[in-house]
Write a new protein. Structure first.
Length: 489
């Protein structure tokens, strides 16, 4: 049984109270010194670390992801809280720009202008099911919104309610001990509660990681409000991988084993799962090696019955496509959802259209065999937006092969992150990471949900023209009392 079957729903009154408390806290939190915000994030990271064993045990009971995976994910979560604390403390998020008055400016006399970025206001975060720490209650969306100066209301994922409440309690106590104002954090539960919070007039932005269907429904609600708000949704991806003939010939076993490991990691429950693999028709044994590698991976439990049912339905749908071949397909009635591998040629894949590119969340790979790179490039240009695109080729091909450059270009056009001879399931939390992409990978292609640039989603620019010093926000004052980085001209 899924945990969602017994998960309660926060009352309408309690939802309103949570958002209104966030709105009341928003002005003060936005004006708080960078070091104070950093102190709060650091306190939360330390409190989670102190309760590591209890948190991992609760997460494992509800998600069945295993202690090793969950310990690693909790480490990532506390690290990214610390990273955003550091980012907040520098004041770089303000992006301060000061133009001195200039009577001789080429377009006419220029007034004094002082511009910075300030917090949007209360943010609603929809927790994800497949990352119970890193994309959940105290995950990256929450951390980046706090760093930007925004209070956060988290809508818990129904797949891990016990863990969500446990984490929320730890977060509340840590924030209070760090001196953060009341209202900077709240937890709500239930689908109806999430929709009510999204419609609340005091809300200023929302972040979501989950299915395309659910994300688009929420995005429409955000857009249809009397005052529309930005909805930063990560909606899914099949993450195409292209292998050249030279790579297939030179690294047959390495590519087969790497793909199988990436495809089935965590029972395939990653948004960067490489679900679409383009292999040359002359693959030099790579397809057979990949089939053997995927077939050797044992079945593993998924996050819950709903995830399992969705995976099996998606697998059957893809297997029913005209021309589809079942390379790895377990017997019906297997106790756990085992990995699957299907194959199509490029013509059949193109003819199937969107039915062949829909995400199947789980350990399923679709191999598409191609004859020429030129033909493949044309097909890749028609793919829907992706989180990642990967190219496996030999280094010698890069400098002299114009077709390889064209493949790289089209992968960059259709995805937010392009990899060379690597697999996409590892998303590093760092400054240059991009985790987003053209629609439908993300609802706002210009943003990322991982890395320090994620905080930019929750900031907006304001310019002040010729204001007295005493009326300016601290980052814009001449004395620069917070010592933030500034560009002055």
């Amino acid at each position: 049984m899924d945990a969602s079957a017994t998960s309660p729903t926060t009352s309408t009154a309690a939802v309103g109270k949570a958002v209104e408390a966030a709105a009341a806290a928003a002005p003060g939190w936005a004006r708080s010194r960078p070091v104070d915000r950093a102190r709060a994030l650091t306190a939360v990271a330390g409190a989670l670390e102190a309760e590591r064993e209890q948190l991992v045990a609760a997460a494992d009971r509800e998600t069945r992801l295993g202690p090793a995976r969950l310990h690693g994910e909790l480490t990532r979560t506390t690290f990214q809280l610390g990273l955003f604390a550091t980012e907040a403390s520098t004041g770089a998020l303000y992006d301060v720009r000061i133009d001195r008055a200039d009577p001789d400016w080429p377009t006419g006399p220029r007034p004094e202008l002082r511009r910075y970025r300030t917090a949007l206001g209360p943010v609603l975060v929809f927790a994800a099911g497949n990352f119970p720490f890193a994309f959940s209650v105290a995950g990256g969306d929450t951390a980046s919104a706090w760093a930007a100066g925004c209070p956060v209301v988290v809508k818990a994922h129904p797949g891990h309610p016990e863990l969500s409440r446990l984490t929320a309690g730890i977060v509340r106590r840590a924030l209070a001990a760090a001196g953060a104002p009341e209202g900077v954090f709240a937890l709500i539960e239930g689908e109806r509660a999430g929709v009510e919070a999204l419609r609340h007039p005091s809300l200023r932005a929302a972040a979501f990681t989950g299915s395309e269907r659910g994300g688009l429904a929420l995005a429409r609600i955000a857009a249809d409000r009397p005052e529309p708000i930005p909805f930063y949704g990560e909606l899914g991806s099949v993450n195409p991988v292209v292998v050249t003939e030279a790579a297939a010939r030179a690294r047959t076993r390495e590519i087969a084993e790497g793909c199988a490991a990436s495809l089935t990691q965590g029972a395939g429950q990653f948004c960067t799962n490489p679900g679409l693999l383009f292999l040359p028709a002359e693959d030099h044994g790579l397809l057979a090696a990949l089939t053997a590698a995927v077939g050797a991976v044992p079945a593993a439990p998924m996050l819950g019955d709903r995830f399992t049912a969705g995976y099996l339905d998606g697998a059957r749908r893809l297997a029913a496509l005209p021309g589809a071949r079942r390379l790895v397909w377990p017997a019906e009635g297997a106790p756990e959802p085992a990995p699957r591998l299907l194959a199509l040629d490029l013509a059949a894949f193109s003819a199937a259209g969107g039915a062949a590119t829909a995400e199947c969340f789980g350990p399923l790979g679709l191999v598409v065999t191609y004859g020429s790179r030129a033909e493949l490039t044309g097909v890749l240009r028609k793919l829907p937006g992706q989180l990642t695109g990967s190219l496996h080729a030999e280094a010698a091909e890069a400098g002299a092969d114009g077709e390889l450059a064209a493949l790289t270009e089209v992968l960059g056009d259709r995805s937010g992150r392009v990899l060379f001879n690597q697999w996409p399931t590892g998303v590093s939390v760092t400054h240059a990471m991009q985790h987003g992409g053209p629609f439908p990978a993300a609802t706002v292609p210009a943003t990322t949900s991982v890395g320090t640039a994620a905080a930019e989603r929750f900031l907006r620019p304001v310019a002040y023209q010729s204001l007295p010093e005493a009326l300016l926000p601290e980052p814009l004052r001449e004395a620069n009392p917070w010592g933030v980085p500034r560009r002055v001209r």
